[in-house]
Design a protein around this ligand. Sequence first.
Ligand code: SIN
Length: 275
Amino acid sequence: MVEVRPLTPSIGAEIIGADIRQEADFEIVRQAFTDHSVIAIRDQELTPDDQIEFAERFGPINVNRFFKKHDTHPKVALVLKEADQSKAIGEQWHTDHSYDDEPAMCSILHAIETPPVGGDTVFASMSAAYEALSDKFAEMIDGLNAWHSSRHVFGAAAADSENSKTGRIENPALAKQDALHPVVITHPLSGRKGIYVNPEFTTRIDGWTEAESASVLRFLYEHCAKPDFHCRVSYRPGTVTMWDNRATWHKAINDYAGHRRLMHRITVEGCSLNR
Ligand code: SIN
């Protein structure tokens, strides 16, 4: 019997008793993903081929240009931190692939090796954050667009980072994406409005001065970082966490010094975003 347990009223659910290799469990998993934006499916026994097959039920796989790839399954990206490394991948709040014209729909993270404690991911609901704004402020940002870029995160400027030097992030020459998206989008599945800017990849609000843009983005980032809009997923090997990049932010908590953490990640193609 498959059980879906919400983690908070606004975001996240844990799924117990499912086997995502089984067709029979797919519909309940898909519905939970639509309803909760983040799902942590416990106790899966998956090969990389199983994870690829599950991801492809949602759409074509978007092979990440920058993450180190699995040796035999290049559609699977490695999210790795060795015991002697200090930086984790994805420590800052972000939305995967917001620098693409058609940002990834979802990311699917399969926990392979986890620290004894720590190494959680925190998620934020962008629709809950939007709905908590005053009507007048929401009206003001509703008409805006913002630029997003991969250049400052994955390009030459990042060559000195530990993630690049250890080969966990690669291909700086491919970091050429700049994309313009509405600051507030209507979610393609749920129809809910949500904030679509993030501290990692958003560079500025289109048509505003640097100071105007920085000031409003800072306010939005502080607002979305309130724990009221968050859920937190902890892992054990076999947990598969899937999140909707059009509805959430996430950040990896780097609190497990001295331990190895290895995740297999797949991102699924999305669509262009509209207000
Ligand atoms: C990511 O940012 O895609 C990875 C998140 C995590 O490792 O917790």
